[in-house]
Write a protein that binds this ligand. Structure first.
Ligand code: IPE
Ligand code: IPE
Ligand code: MG
Length: 258
């Protein structure tokens, strides 16, 4: 007998059905390939970012509909400042456009906006758009849409270490009290409570690296790399990635429980 749901480690999930009882609660996505998508169409790189913004809208709704609790999206890394000014400026304007057009849909879908990263370095208009969106969706109780903006995993860990050191210096903590739970509480994901660590990380565009994203939180996440560029990623791509996740054997260093 074939079971309805066949377990596989392959990236070929087509024969599987999506198990709605096993949807990852926290999905993190490295949205990559906007520039190459545009270049392939002989368009400027920023056209890829504009199209990528539409994908963010579609995937947000798709994830929320699937019952995902947290969707973390890598939108701008601490290393992305190295790009040409024009591109950086365009990327800084995108959140303004995104929230201007999308906040009503977020509210309709009960999605709450959260941000991780040092947004004080963003232009004022961008900071305002982000704060407005956080405030406007503050009462939403469904999925959390968590944008990583000027975010870096290493600086996040450095900042947590600094905060822990300060607590020791101030006599509020002993060195022995610094443990994983304490550091987790100092990470930018701590407001997410039980959902702080993603079960699934997806990266688009064929690159197979983590590029300084959520280094602490991804310790035991399943990684799914897809070849599509971000603007081509759609709800079927999301379902496929989740099917691949559902075929994985998660052991957390132990032995499989059957
Ligand atoms: C991802 O697409 C978006 C950001 C990093 C802001 P890229 O801009 O990295 O696109 P590629 O990887 O150059 O194609
Ligand atoms: C990672 O993509 C950052 C974001 C998606 C925001 P990059 O395109 O910046 O990463 P690298 O340079 O290929 O590692
Ligand atoms: Mg890239």
């Amino acid at each position: 007998m074939f079971s309805k749901f066949k377990r596989t480690n392959s990236n070929n999930p087509d024969e599987n059905e999506l198990d709605l009882n096993n949807i990852p609660k926290h999905i993190a996505i490295i949205m990559d390939g906007n520039g190459r998508w545009a270049q392939r169409k002989h368009l400027p790189r920023v056209a890829g970012h504009r199209e990528g913004m539409q994908t963010v809208k579609k995937i947000t709704i798709a994830a929320s509909d699937l019952g995902v609790k947290v969707l973390s999206l890598y939108a701008f890394s601490t290393e992305n400042w190295k790009r040409p000014n024009d591109e950086v400026n365009y990327l800084m304007q995108l959140p303004i456009r995104f929230f201007q057009t999308f906040v009503p849909d977020l509210i309709k879908n009960n999605v709450r906006v959260m941000v991780m990263g040092d947004i004080t370095r963003l232009p004022e208009g961008t900071q305002k758009a982000v704060h407005d969106a956080i405030n406007q969706t503050a009462d939403c109780t469904g999925m959390v849409l968590n944008f990583a903006l000027n975010y870096g995993g290493r600086i996040e860990i450095v900042d947590a270490a600094k905060q822990a050191s300060q607590l020791v210096t101030d006599g509020k903590l002993t060195v022995d009290q610094i443990d994983e739970a304490l550091l987790a509480s100092l990470m930018m994901t701590s407001p997410l409570g039980d959902f702080e660590d993603p079960e699934l990380l997806i990266r688009t565009s064929g690159e197979q690296r983590i590029s300084n994203f959520m280094l602490w939180q991804l310790a035991y996440s399943e990684f799914v790399f897809v070849d599509e560029h971000w603007p081509d990623f759609d709800s079927d791509s999301l379902s496929n990635a989740i099917k691949i996740y559902q075929g994985r054997h998660r052991r957390f260093g132990g032995l499989e429980t059957k």
